[in-house]
Design a binder for this molecule. Structure first.
Ligand SMILES: NC(=O)c1ccc[n+]([C@@H]2O[C@H](COP(=O)([O-])OP(=O)(O)OC[C@H]3O[C@@H](n4cnc5c(N)ncnc54)[C@H](OP(=O)(O)O)[C@@H]3O)[C@@H](O)[C@H]2O)c1
Length: 227
């Protein structure tokens, strides 16, 4: 029997669309969010063989216990984010520690916790983002952690071999819930394609990274040439 597709940060946005993609193709999906009730509700909405699990990435000591009930895992997607606005002149240390822990320690601890259940039939996909190259006011921590994802791919692809590890770095995803209702015309004007990346573009690229058996250690930019 095939292992599951685990999507950390699967209750909303791109992670949820990936859960829909794989559940729609008959895969067993485990999606996570911080709250058990929300995760269970989203899992039932996604349907098929989908299970919701509560997991808080900024509480890394609890992650192994949160994931203890899972069986074999083919694909592991780490998509969760809890954005903040922080800059060095008005530095909020608590917010920075929270976000650095969430992405750099939390993502890594999920991989550690599931390491002995990764079947090798699939791969690991980490989400970064283009704030690493295109900072904006308040992006100090977001830019740092998204750049950190590249370092994680380097080391994890070696340490987890033969399991493949890649990352995806979307530009602004124009139809994602986070950007809904926000002015984006000036950003669209700066793209080469005249359009922003879409949720469907990012799901498509994610599936490529997860499933192509020769793609390993790749940090894929999906921004239509925005950078
Ligand atoms: N949207 C974009 O334009 C864009 C651009 C570049 C990169 N990205 C990257 O793409 C990924 C997905 O982005 P998105 O906009 O689709 O996300 P989103 O809609 O904001 O969803 C975030 C997800 O993360 C979960 N989450 C938040 N805090 C968490 C925590 N402390 N522990 C565990 N889970 C937590 C949320 O679940 P609960 O709320 O249920 O806990 C939710 O499932 C992120 O890594 C983001 O950095 C997005």
């Amino acid at each position: 029997m095939a292992g599951s597709v685990v999507i950390v940060g699967g209750t909303a946005g791109i992670g949820r669309d990936l859960a829909n993609y794989y559940a729609g193709r008959g895969r067993s999906v485990v999606l996570t969010g911080r709250d058990a009730t929300t995760a269970a509700k989203v899992a039932s909405e996604v349907g098929g063989s989908t299970q919701g699990v509560a997991l808080h990435l900024a509480k890394p000591h609890e992650i192994a216990g949160n994931l203890a009930g899972l069986g074999p895992v083919d694909h592991l997607v780490l998509a969760a984010i809890d954005r903040d606005a922080n800059n060095v002149k008005a530095y909020d240390i608590a917010a920075a520690v929270h976000l650095v822990t969430l992405k750099l320690v939390g993502y890594t601890e999920v991989v550690h916790s599931l390491a002995d259940r990764l079947t090798g039939a699939g791969s690991i996909l980490l989400f970064g983002g283009m704030a690493r190259e295109r900072p904006y006011p308040g992006s100090t921590t977001v830019s740092s952690i998204n750049a950190g994802v590249i370092g994680m791919v380097r080391t994890l692809s070696v340490e987890m071999a033969p399991v493949r590890v890649n990352s995806i770095h979307p530009g602004i995803v124009g139809d994602s819930p986070f950007w809904a209702g926000k002015p984006l015309d000036a950003i669209v004007a700066n793209t080469l394609t005249g359009r922003l990346a879409t949720m469907a573009d990012v799901v498509n690229a994610s599936v490529f990274l997860l499933e192509n058996h020769a793609v390993n250690g790749v940090d894929l930019v999906v921004d239509g040439g925005w950078r």
